[in-house]
Design a protein around this ligand. Structure first.
Ligand code: ADP
Ligand code: MG
Ligand code: ZN
Length: 607
């Protein structure tokens, strides 16, 4: 298109140029007038201010050049000339007139320029956006990536633990590969699998493993990819995605972070979100639209199944729900092994111990732990990663960076030491408290000091005694400050939050208080989520609310009382631990047992 336009412009310029210069000489206006007066001009043509004409006999100056030009061109001065018309008549000059015609070279360019510019801008915009792959002309197009199998493809071997999820997904792949067999039995193959679990537990990884193992076309897209500035785009992308996948069936569609489009409709602040609802509706109808013996399976992942629209979860859509949980101790060992594959470890490192020290860590957390350890080792110019690097990484992840610049006064250091000693002594003497892993008073990003306890194994059930002791340990820091420093400080903020939250859960969710025993009062949600109803329903009256507050307070008060009694009794022990901390800054569980002359609690035995 550009070329055609360029040629056109050149031609018109050329025509203009040549027609203008055909054997005419340009003369001055005064010489033109002289010639009129001398009756040497036969005719003229007036075109605006331009006058062309022919001489009767060419003036001398011109013939000397060897060319005889009868024609001439001149221009009327802009102030006009009143005498001229009389002179022309007197001398019998023929006058032709033409309308002013501004096809000068400049004129042509000026005429074409805006158009040219527009075409150019349009063209480069088109080209540029096409290169980025999201052209303005293809907003509605399917944005899913068609997955190609490579050497780096993940397989189920790269996913540790989550055995249940793995076998479920293997089964699904089986359906796809031999759907005939199932149709003969009159069975419908499942349409959707929803992977549900906390962040970092390997949902996306599992889907990638399926892609690597399934050997069928695998379309992968993230929920937010459906969204664009323009309304209606999401729905059309869903449509195109399913059309493409069906064309290549058997195939798998993977939608990551499903909650970003699959949120409960008709909820939230300020009415619905039309675009998202349209997208969701389209998804719902596409999933219904499968022919009975079509084999396209949709796998989706989310960590917020609670906010998904119920219509998504009904049979016939995401009818399989696979939960991907935080790894257990045994799983953690396996996951650590996978991520330790390409890292050099010293003999001393025992992944079993690491797994034991990391309850509640997700797969991603564990990967991060080993990576941080490797970074630390490299920074310290070691050739292998040893246990101390792992410990340092562990502390960094849990507690934040050491704040070297933070200088505490003597008074503050003492307060922190007694605070932590209070936690530690209670943890050591209360029968249901978890064993101490480590106590430190090194100020870090997230805390001035920490008492870290570790359960002996993964814990799934908590009894009342355990919870009460846990609250007492949490309050122990403040109690010790009060007993030994004669005051209380802001350092207990986090302890108080945790203790209160636990007490609250005991009363509301677990029916563990005396007056409101065995009743679930439906605790408020921890976060008000925009997609959820903003006003959390309360299932109880004002009177009950007051009673709840009283019960929570009484649990906390009792725990505080118990902590005070025990710490007064064990005054000696608190002093010992506090002094130990002031001296060494960090004490391990076994150090504390030694200091206090205690039988080690199970967890403190050297693993
Ligand atoms: P999400 O569940 O949030 O989608 P990902 O699948 O993205 O979590 O996991 C993030 C990373 O954590 C993975 O790339 C992987 O390296 C690691 N990871 C998580 N779970 C596992 C697991 N079960 N086995 C091995 N690695 C895991
Ligand atoms: Mg993910
Ligand atoms: Zn504390």
């Amino acid at each position: 298109m550009l070329i055609v336009i360029a040629i056109g412009v050149i031609i018109s310029l050329a025509v203009n140029y040549f027609s203008d210069s055909s054997l005419r000489t340009t003369i001055s206006y005064s010489s033109f007038k002289d010639n009129v007066q001398a009756n040497n001009i036969s005719s003229i043509t007036v075109e605006g201010e331009k006058i062309t004409g022919t001489f009767r006999t060419p003036p001398l100056s011109d013939t000397s050049a060897g060319v005889t030009t009868l024609g001439f061109t001149t221009y009327l001065p802009f102030y006009g000339d009143d005498e001229l018309s009389n002179m022309l008549e007197e001398n019998d000059v023929k006058v032709f007139t033409k309308p002013a015609n501004r096809t000068s070279v400049l004129g042509v360019i000026l005429n074409f320029l805006p158009l040219l510019l527009l075409v150019f801008i349009f063209y480069s915009f088109y080209k540029g956006s096409r290169n980025q792959g999201n052209s303005l002309f293809s907003v509605g197009q399917n944005k899913a990536k068609l997955y190609m199998k490579t050497d780096e493809s993940k397989t189920f071997n790269d996913v540790a633990g989550v055995e249940g999820a793995k076998s479920e997904l293997t089964e699904i792949v089986d359906y796809l590969k031999s759907s005939e067999k199932f149709h003969k039995m009159g069975a419908k193959t499942p349409k959707g699998v929803l992977l549900v679990g906390p962040p970092g537990t390997g949902k996306t990884l599992l889907a990638r493993a399926v892609a690597g193992e399934a050997n069928v076309p695998f379309y992968s897209i993230t929920g937010s990819d459906f969204m664009e500035l323009f309304v209606g785009v999401g729905a059309s992308r869903v449509r195109n995605l399913f059309r493409d996948a069906r064309k290549n069936s058997p195939s798998i569609i993977f939608i990551d972070e499903l909650d970003s489009i699959g949120r409960h409709r008709g909820a939230g602040l300020g009415g619905g979100h039309d675009e998202r609802e349209q997208t969701l509706n389209q998804l719902l109808s596409e999933m219904d639209g499968f022919e009975p013996n079509e084999s396209t399976i949709v796998i989706a992942a989310t960590n917020r199944p609670d906010i998904l629209d119920p219509a998504l979860l009904r049979p016939g859509r995401f009818d399989r729900r696979v939960s991907v949980d935080r790894p257990t101790m045994i799983d953690r060992v396996q996951i650590l092994k996978i991520h330790a594959r390409n890292k050099p470890f010293s003999e001393s490192v025992n992944l079993q111990t690491v797994a034991k020290a990391t309850p509640g860590f997700s797969g991603a957390d564990l990967e991060n732990l080993l990576n941080e350890a490797a970074l630390t080792a490299a920074r310290n110019k070691k050739t292998v990663i040893d246990q101390s690097d792992i410990n340092e990484a562990h502390d960094k992840i849990l507690l934040g960076l050491v704040r070297k610049s933070m200088v505490l006064t003597e008074e503050e250091r003492k307060t922190v030491a007694f605070h932590e000693a209070g936690h530690a002594v209670l943890a050591a003497y209360l029968p249901n408290a978890e064993p101490i892993h480590k106590v430190t008073v090194i100020p870090r990003d997230r805390a001035m000091g920490v008492t870290q306890q570790l359960p002996e194994g993964d814990k799934y059930l908590y009894n009342r005694e355990y919870l009460l002791d846990r609250i007492a340990v949490l309050l122990g820091g403040r109690v010790a400050e009060k007993l030994h420093m004669g005051t209380i400080t802001s350092g207990a903020e986090n302890d108080l939050q945790q203790a209160t939250q636990l007490a609250r859960k005991m009363v509301l969710d677990w029916g563990m208080s005396e007056r409101l025993a065995n009743i679930s009062l439906g605790s408020e949600r921890e976060h008000v989520f925009l997609g959820e109803d903003i006003a959390t329903r309360r299932d109880f009256s004002e009177a009950t609310a007051r009673e709840i507050d009283q019960e929570i307070k009484s649990i906390l008060d009792e725990a505080f009382e118990r902590a005070t009694t025990l710490l007064t009794e064990k005054n000696e022990a608190v002093l010992k631990v506090a002094n130990g901390l002031l001296e060494k800054e960090e004490l391990l569980g076994e150090d504390i047992d030694k200091l206090l002359g205690l039988e080690p609690k199970n967890g403190n035995k050297k693993a």
